[in-house]
Design a protein. Sequence first.
Length: 434
Amino acid sequence: MEIRTEQMPQQSSNQALSEYAPGRLIVINKKTYRSGGVFASTAHGVMNKAEKLFEEAKLLVMCDACSFLQDPYGSKGSLSHCPVCQGQLKSELMIQPEVFGPENAKSLDEDDREQEFTYASMAQFPQPTNGESFEFKIGGPHLDFAYAVDKRLLTLNKGGKGDYAGFDVCKSCGCAEVHDPQTPKHRRHKRPYLVTGAPDCNDEFETVFLGYSFTTDLLLLRLQISAPLITDLGSNAVVRTLESAAHSMAEALRLAASRHKQLDLDATEFGAGYRLLAGNEEGTVGLDVYLYDTLAGGAGYAELAAKYFDDIVLLTLDVLEGCTCDTSCTDCLDHFHNQHLKRLLDRKLAASLLRYGLYGTIPAVAISTVQATQFSGLAAWLHLDGIECEFREGSSTSMFAKSNGKIVAPHLPSTIGARDSFSSSCRRYIRVFY
């Protein structure tokens, strides 16, 4: 039997990690396939095409509680806890796919159209264990910026959430699917490509992340955050709030840079991301927001963005403040490529943090009447569980609820340090609304 390649559609590595990820449907020449394999680009006669990927696999050391990722290509430090939030670190194996193949190496039946959606993350800027240096310029009282070349970034598709994170990939043929601890893969399985005379594969599966690394140029903004703003990185609520602000700022920076009159680019020419840095002895926390050229090796756009930084940072603030929506919408931050991250975007948090960096402006706490309006839905939910709520005017917190004999006071998301706490019985409702 002669084996020929009829179709070989291509995407950039970043797009392929989402659109060709195992479990996704792909239509080629009016036939529907489900992605079911990742392997190396080899000759047709090679039987085990994924072995090369596992030989070159990288071990990732990361933190689930924050954005920390240790540089897998640098010297390995002996870290027992996250240097940013002191959380527990975990190790995951990452392979870099070269080719994606169809499930069972054939198209699907007409009545089979199930698919699983997973997405590649923003390109992460790993933190080296031996430090790094930049030539910073002053951008404001709490904001510095720098242009850097040939920096390594890492894009990952981590599969599902929680216990479903990662992909189960055969170590020989690359047969792959989204990890599901409830239905482990059987050892005997079809290869995701054709090999003349080859029996079914019988090797074992390993749970891995899919990713790729590349070097590029970037514009780095570094904010130094100190009291009275929130700085306790040991708190999940604080980490989530700062990362929401940082992610929103990164999206606004990307849009603003692409619209600058001296660049006038499609926004996809830029990528953007963020990372939290460990606090110093004075309790000041670092937060990096970076803009990078999506073209590997750099295209010169980040350098231009650094040249026109003063204009672009003001345009970024205008993107964040020039809208009337509550958190984000298509008139400010939302677009096709970040639709799966909608829940993380909050333009008001980002605007308050950027104003703090540029001008030293301390974010204001929302007045009690505004808080009362925002918390009305939460109060209704609490009432259904027998928790009575009281609204008070003139205090920093408008709503007080009695739960298990305690008075608790939930807060609106804010970068300013909270003066009251709220109990776990209210936190589950906060997550519903925010």
